[in-house]
Design a protein around this ligand. Structure first.
Ligand SMILES: CCCNc1ncnc2c1ncn2[C@@H]1O[C@H](/C=C/CNC(=O)c2cc(-c3ccc(F)cc3)cc(O)c2O)[C@@H](O)[C@H]1O
Ligand SMILES: [Mg+2]
Length: 215
């Protein structure tokens, strides 16, 4: 049977990227998605904004919702200080298998823990299973109608502290209207919008960065 797009993306990484070199993996995926097959990675333009937010924050404990093929996982993990940890949740077994191989290719397994599970099943288990009380940084890039319920779930589980930064992809395209309305009107967040473009496209898209300042 025909291969899947994530399988073809992994082949491109294994053929064109250098083991242990995250930048070569990022470049190989971006080239493939721009020139051959579009895929829903954050991409190079929005990815640079993600890089600057991570570099400025220097987080120790990071949560990513929606791994897909691991492109943003690699972008984030490559910038983390020694001892920092990134937990990424992916509930599709096929995508998780691809992402594990991409993460292994760049040699970032010691910083990244991929949990093959739905976010709502694992957000409540972060403390007892990983010993994580609160996260410093959360990247949201999973189903768009799950950004708001999962944010409320993280609040309810006490995983967000004063200063925790949440960064959400696709706030314009496909869009997350309920999430935007909530975080822009809620008194416990201050937020800013980074205007950009949909990955590998000229369509408008953007990232919304929120920092929790009232615990
Ligand atoms: C139980 C559901 C909620 N919990 C979840 N827990 C764990 N993983 C979850 C997940 N939801 C979804 N996922 C995974 O996240 C990924 C889903 C991402 C959804 N992203 C998009 O739809 C998306 C879509 C576009 C897009 C934009 C324009 C267009 F014309 C077509 C597509 C662009 C993007 O950047 C996107 O991120 C998959 O790997 C999926 O298996
Ligand atoms: Mg996205």
């Amino acid at each position: 049977t025909r291969s899947t797009r994530p399988q073809r993306l992994l082949k491109v990484v294994q053929k064109h990227a250098t083991r242990g070199d995250p930048q070569s993996v990022i470049s190989a995926i971006d080239h493939f998605c721009r020139r051959s097959e579009w895929a829903m990675n954050i991409g190079d333009e929005k990815g640079s904004i993600l890089d600057s937010v991570v570099s400025e924050l220097n987080p120790e404990k990071v949560l990513e919702l929606g791994t897909y093929c691991g492109y943003s996982t690699v972008r984030i993990a490559r910038l983390l200080p020694p001892g920092a940890r990134l937990i990424t949740l992916e509930f599709n077994a096929d995508y998780a298998a691809i992402a594990r191989q991409v993460i292994a290719w760049v040699g970032l397994e010691d910083k990244v823990q991929l949990v093959e599970s739905a976010s709502e099943d694992w957000i409540p288990r972060m403390t007892e299973h990983f010993g994580i009380e609160t996260f410093d940084f959360v990247f949201l890039d999973h189903w768009k109608d799950r950004y708001l319920p999962d944010t409320k779930l993280m609040e309810g589980c006490g995983l967000l502290r004063k200063g925790t930064v949440l960064l959400a992809d696709n706030v314009i395209c496909p869009g997350v209207p309920d999430y935007l309305e909530y975080v822009r009107n809620s008194l416990s967040y201050k937020s800013c919008y980074f205007k950009s473009h949909l990955e590998y496209s000229k369509a408008e898209d953007g990232l919304e960065k929120k920092s929790v300042f009232l615990g």
